[in-house]
Design a protein around this ligand. Structure first.
Ligand SMILES: Cc1ncc(COP(=O)(O)O)c(C=O)c1O
Length: 487
């Protein structure tokens, strides 16, 4: 509290052409970035802040909400709003005045904290990374040599929306695996999901528009939107997925309905229909991130949102990051009919398309059936790892109120802890022992009731994954004893 009691840097300049709300958001962000407001310090209550700064209360609450969405602040039920404990301070050079970042570059600052906490973690429990030792090197090498023999075909600019043979192969693949129907002119090849989300934002959003994301949710979707100066609103996820009834009006919703990231919830059919109705009522669009549901272990998947959308509201996103390798940087967007031309123009405007050679190789890999075979083989391997990990977690934590989330697909499971469990303390302790584990609370935006861990099982051989899972279980048990003594 004492750190953020200094209000001087927050007072607005009433002669500025910048709105009071934008000024407050920027000034508050700067105070955190510069280290003036220290990590974990508490903000004054919004009512008091508004009164002392001479601002309307909702100007203050929207600035706070924006910074919560950007990852600078967090609200803790019953105790107030705090500077996020892991916030990264601005560098000395930037703070000292020379090498000042241009105003427009500020929008990428919040990505830094996300990158630090998510992208650097490695180890056997890292979620969502396929087992790269199982990459089909021999077949890929053969296809590479054949494609290379034809290299001159791929040296010129190609179609900005992607190599036609790859678009055709993907159209057939999604039809077979996910029941998604689309002619190839609606398939746009992009450099993975991240590029797809940015492209959607380029085409569909104006600065200041509202976009809905899941809470907890995929941090890279949030930063892709926030860094485009879009107002990002987190909406809580429960076991039936996101409840759009709790969302404000918006222009875009980003969701992962088949395997909600990170909780693994499968959006109910009723919620899917409500989400589509919300999109129609708001003249909005929905990004359906179907990032890993080629891997289905139990039961049948529900139909994709795209396949039940009658109003041309859904942009379906798929990626080869989980099924083959993230380093390929290849994914696809399937856009509604009325947006197909616009999206290929947007690709033209942004990148003129991507490497033809690699697209041609992938097209052959998919159309010759290697891709489907590879996914089937890996589903068996990952299925064994998943069963073994769930068993260790369930047996090891049987006497505590932890449970494994509902996922029946994908490359990680969510281990849900009681809502007051300190998952960050466990992650910190394990990091000191050399094991990276991602605490669920790091994926929460506005809520404080979601604790636990994301346990990936795909990136390393089973014995390593099990050893790490047992270490996690032991550390959780130690922590549970500490917490029970202090309660
Ligand atoms: C929810 C979600 N979507 C998409 C992706 C894949 O992203 P990309 O295709 O940009 O590699 C991931 C990777 O971890 C993810 O967790």
């Amino acid at each position: 509290m004492e750190d953020s009691a200094n209000l001087e840097p927050l007072f607005p300049d009433r002669d500025s052409s910048e709105t009071l709300g934008r000024q407050l958001t920027r000034r508050l962000r700067d105070a955190i970035e510069s280290g003036l407001y220290k990590p974990s310090s508490r903000l004054l209550p919004s009512r008091e802040l508004a009164a002392r700064l001479g601002l309307a209360r909702n100007t203050v609450t929207s600035a706070i909400e924006q910074l919560i969405a950007e990852g600078y602040l967090e609200s803790r039920v019953g105790s107030g709003t705090f500077v996020v404990p892991t916030i990264v301070k601005q560098t000395i050079a930037a703070r000292s005045g020379f090498l000042r970042l241009p105003e427009t570059a500020q929008r990428f600052r919040s990505s830094r904290a996300v990158l630090d906490s998510f992208a650097t973690g490695s180890g056997p429990l890292r979620p969502g990374r396929p087992d790269l030792t199982s990459f089909p090197h021999a077949i890929w090498g053969r296809i590479a040599r054949r494609t290379l023999a034809d290299l001159s075909t791929y040296l010129d600019y190609g179609e900005s929306k992607g190599h036609p043979a790859l678009r055709e192969a993907i159209a057939q693949h999604v039809q077979q695996f996910r029941g998604v129907t689309a002619a190839q002119h609606r398939v746009i090849i992009v450099e993975g999901t991240q590029a797809a989300i940015r492209l959607c934002a380029d085409v569909l959003l104006r600065e200041g528009d509202a976009a809905i994301v899941e809470d907890p949710g995929y941090p890279f979707a949030r930063i892709a939107l926030a860094s485009r100066d879009v107002r990002v609103f987190p909406v809580p996820v429960d076991p039936s997925g996101i409840d759009i009834a709790q969302a404000p009006p918006g222009r875009l919703a980003y969701v992962s309905p088949s395997n909600q990231f990170p909780l693994g919830a499968r959006m109910s059919l009723e919620r899917r229909h409500r989400l589509l109705a919300w999109a129609t009522e708001n003249d909005a669009y929905v990004i359906e991130d179907d990032y890993d549901s080629e891997y289905v272990f139990d039961g049948k998947p529900l139909p994709t949102l795209q396949s039940i959308d009658r109003g041309e509201r859904v942009l379906y996103v798929g990626s080869f990051s989980k099924t083959l390798a993230p380093g390929l940087r290849l994914g696809y967007l399937i856009v509604p009919q009325h947006l197909a031309t616009t999206f290929s123009l947007a690709r033209l405007a942004s990148t003129l398309g991507s490497t033809q050679f690699v697209q041609a190789m992938l097209a052959e890999f998919v159309s010759e059936g290697h891709f489907a075979r590879h996914v089937r083989r890996m589903t068996r391997i990952y299925g064994d790892r998943r069963r073994a990990v769930i068993q260790v977690l369930e047996e090891g934590l049987a006497d505590l109120s932890f449970y494994v989330g509902a996922a029946n697909a994908g490359l990680h499971v969510a281990l849900i802890a009681p809502p007051d469990f300190d998952d960050i303390a466990v992650a910190t302790e394990l990091a000191a022992e050399g094991l990276a584990v991602q605490p669920l609370s790091a994926f929460c935006i506005g809520r404080a009731d979601c604790r636990g861990f994301i346990v990936g099982f795909s990136s390393a051989p089973l014995p390593e994954v099990l050893r790490a899972t047992r270490l996690l279980v032991r550390c959780i048990k130690r922590r549970a004893v500490v917490e029970s003594r202090s309660s």
